[in-house]
Design a protein around this ligand. Structure first.
Ligand code: NAD
Length: 483
């Protein structure tokens, strides 16, 4: 495929061994804004999995011997063709995820940036011993065939991060999209397969049984998984049977701790955006807001104003900030949590209607909702809602707020908001999470590792640390003089 080639967005196939592969049965996703069916996509079987794994194994020896520079050049060519198809990718991401077109544009821009910048990284050999007799060098070798298992919330970006990390380290990769959002992933790999040698990049779309077929497969060496903590535990148990290497990027219940000296003019819109963007369906969305009692009331008033002004509706409208929940199952889960508001007597200071959908002609819409100071042990504080609902909690003592923040089983990210950077850094360092931010909550760069502590994950994506997860360390001992 040349850099000017445009994609056909009406028909979808798996890609096995460099070729489009049809399946006997098909299924389709649903546009969450309209509840209309999207085009038919393949349903892969065990035979398809076996064929893709065999093609990956056949391609691996030659691919793993290519140089980093050759691989980087191919990734850049791949990104060139994806970039030419920006309008098609953004449109499909809006249609399959329901996220606002402005957010889908952000996802697309990040896809290109992360694809190119990850491919520019290198895992260098390190000489750890250099004595009169010996050198001992730590080097890293490619693993083999990997499966990249992708969730539905940011499918294009997350598939690209897994895929490019696997490819640049000399592995062959089979992408498995979420059954809810297979479309952009199928086209992403269609593009890649026209650029990389057959078997190096493949994609299999299917039903709920496809993930376990990959994690159980004896000839897959690595599983790079993004999804819920619940599924991540199953993936790890399944991979243990064949001792596959695993990276798990899982759920979060991120805190934002607002100090009494925070700049509320900057903090409120930033925190509110990170709570409600994509209807809260982001792993590192702000899911618990702890505000110092001295600024609790002004923070609350400004947050409520912001939430009321959020434009929810048609994701294809460029002025929309928040679209619907991505699928009926997730809508049901969020709605069930909303039904606790009345039962538990939580004070919803904005939103809170568990039946917002009734007011819309179509689509899985939920209004942005803020719960005022619920008990610390309530579900809304303890669980990841993955919907547009956030609790606002009051604190007065630093040790207490740190204890509450760290009381979660999750540990993806957390932020501290204060004009006193030294104080903020001191608190941020004590958060038990993989990413800690000061006066921001969404800073991600391809060079900087990302991942979760505790039940939020295992291993890291991004950075050379993320790439090393796709490689086996080898310690190479070489005598200086012949024996
Ligand atoms: P999910 O766990 O339901 O599904 C994720 C993927 O796993 C899908 O492709 C699914 O088909 C597949 N899968 C399901 N069961 C499987 C099994 N037994 N074996 C192998 N694969 C299986 O997650 P989701 O609902 O698609 O995504 C939402 C979750 O993902 C949230 O918890 C969110 O926080 C998390 N997430 C985490 C990150 C991160 O980087 N940490 C990023 C995005 C989303």
């Amino acid at each position: 495929m040349t850099a000017s080639a445009t994609l056909d967005w009406t028909s979808y196939n798996n890609t096995i061994n460099g070729r489009a592969a049809k399946t006997a049965t098909t299924r389709h996703g649903i546009n969450p804004a309209t509840e209309e069916p999207l085009p038919e996509v393949p349903v892969a079987t065990q035979d398809d999995v076996d064929a893709a794994v065999a093609a990956g194994r056949a391609a691996f020896p030659a691919w793993s011997r290519t140089s980093w520079d050759e691989r980087e050049a191919l990734v850049n060519k791949f990104m060139d063709v994806v970039e030419v198809n920006q309008a098609g990718f953004v449109d499909m991401v809006v249609k399959e995820t329901g996220k606002a077109v402005s957010t889908a544009g952000m996802e697309f821009a990040s896809t290109i940036k992360f694809g190119r910048e990850l491919a520019a990284l290198r895992v260098e050999d390190k000489v750890l011993v250099d004595s009169a007799e010996m050198t001992g060098t730590l080097r890293h070798v490619s693993l083999g065939v990997g499966a990249a298992i992708v969730p539905w919330n940011w499918p294009l970006l997350l598939a690209t991060i897994h895929l490019v990390s696997g490819l640049i380290t000399g592995n062959c990769v089979i992408v498995k999209p979420s059954p809810f959002t297979p479309y952009a992933n199928l086209k992403l790999v269609e593009v890649a397969a026209s650029i990389f040698p057959p078997g190096v990049v493949q994609v299999l779309s299917g039903g709920d049984d496809l993930g376990p077929m990959l994690t159980e497969h004896p000839d897959i060496d690595k599983v790079s998984f993004t999804g819920s903590s619940f599924t991540g535990k199953k993936v790890m148990a399944s991979c243990a049977r064949t001792l596959k290497r695993v990276t798990l990027e899982l759920g979060g219940n991120d805190v934002a701790i607002v100090c009494d000296d925070a700049d509320l003019v900057k903090a409120v819109p930033a925190i509110a955006t990170m709570a409600f963007l994509s209807s809260g369906q982001i792993c590192m969305a702000v899911k618990r807001i702890y505000v110092h009692e001295k600024v609790y009331e002004p923070f609350k008033a400004a947050l409520v104003d912001f939430a009321k002004a959020i434009k929810m509706g048609d994701p294809e409208d460029p002025t929309t900030l928040v679209g619907p929940i991505q699928n009926a199952m997730q809508y049901g889960k969020v709605q069930e949590l909303f039904s606790e508001i009345k039962k538990e007597g939580w004070n919803a200071i904005v939103g809170g209607d568990p039946d917002a959908r009734a007011a819309q002609p179509k689509g899985y819409y939920m209004h942005p909702t803020i719960i005022d100071n619920p008990p610390p042990d309530s579900r809304i504080v303890q669980e990841e809602p993955f919907g547009p609902i956030v609790p606002l909690l009051k604190w007065s003592d630093e040790e207490d707020v740190l204890a509450d923040a760290n009381a979660s089983k999750m540990g993806l990210g957390g932020s501290v908001w204060s004009e006193d950077t030294e104080r903020a850094v001191r608190l941020a360092k004590r958060l038990e999470c993989g990413s800690a931010w000061v006066n921001s909550h969404f800073h991600l760069e391809p060079r900087v590792p990302f991942g979760g502590a505790k039940s939020s994950g295992l291993g890291r994506s991004l950075g050379t640390l993320g790439l090393e997860g796709w490689m086996e360390p080898q310690s190479l001992w070489v005598p200086k003089a012949s024996m």
